[in-house]
Design a protein around this ligand. Sequence first.
Ligand SMILES: NC(=O)NCCC[C@H](N)C(=O)O
Length: 287
Amino acid sequence: MTQPHSMFEPARPPREEKRQRVLMCAPDDFDVRYVINPWMEHQIGRTARSLAREQWQNLRALVAERAEVELVTPAAGLPDMVFTANAGFVLRNVAVVSRFRAEQRRPEEPLFRAFFEARGFAVAAWPDELAFEGAGDALIDRGADVVWCGHGMRSADEAPAALERIIGRRVIGLRLVDPRFYHLDTCCCPLAGGYLLYYPPAFDAASRAAIEAVVPREKRIAIDEADAMRFACNAVDLDGCVAMNDASPQLQKRLGDAGFVPVLTPLSEFMKAGGAAKCLTLKLSED
Ligand SMILES: NC(=O)NCCC[C@H](N)C(=O)O
C-alpha cells in the first residue's frame, strides 16, 4: 500500500499563480447621451438599463473566475466611465492617465487619476495638449517586446512617440483609417503566445506592414468585416480564455486551434456606445 506522502513530508502548497488584477466600473449611469463615434449614432437614450447591468455582471463574473476584479466608483453624468480601458495605460507601477479627445469624457480624467494614485501607481506626466486614450489605443504585445499604439482617430499622431519616451519600451504607432474602429482595441487584440487577433482593413498599408514585420504569419489571426463588426477583437484574454461579445463559428474554431477558449458574452447595450468586453476592463497588473 502506498503511504500518503503527507505522513512524511508536508503537502506542497498549490503553486502560487499571481492573479491578474482587472479594473471595472459598474454601469450605474451608463447610457448613450452624446455621439462621439459612429456606433453611438441614433442610439441616444436607447440602452436598456437592466439588460446593460445584467450583461456587465456576466462579464464581471467571467473575469472574476480568472482575476481579481477591482472597482472604481462610477460618477453620475459620466455615462462612458464604464469603459475603464480608457482610464489610462498601465505598465508595472506606472500609469499614464488618458487625455480624452472628446470634451464629454474629460471629467473622467481626475477620477481615474485619483484611482491610480490611491492604488499606489506612479502617475506619469503627459503633455496636456496631446490626446491619448489609454488602453483603448495602447496595447502590450504578448510575444514581442513592443507596445502597439493606435493613432489618427482618438489618440494624437504624436502619442506613440510620447508614450515610448515615458515607458522606455518600443512603441509602434498604428494608423487607424476606418472611423468604426476608432480605438486600437476595437480592431486589434494581442493574445498570449504572441498571437495577434486583428482586422487588417482598419489600418493603413504602412501599419499593416509594421504588424507583419513583428508578428509571424502563423501568429496572425486576421478576421473579416463581419467578425470585426461583432467586436470580436474587443476581447479580454485571461489564462487562455478569450471573452468577447460574439464571433462566428469559423473564428471560434480558429481560436480553438490556436489553443484558446473563446467565451461569448453578449454586450449589445455597450456596443451601442461603441464598446464591448475589452473596453469594459483594464488590466492593472501588467509587466
Ligand atoms: N474602445 C474602447 O476602448 N472604449 C469604448 C469607448 C466608448 C465611448 N463611447 C467612446 O466613444 O469613447
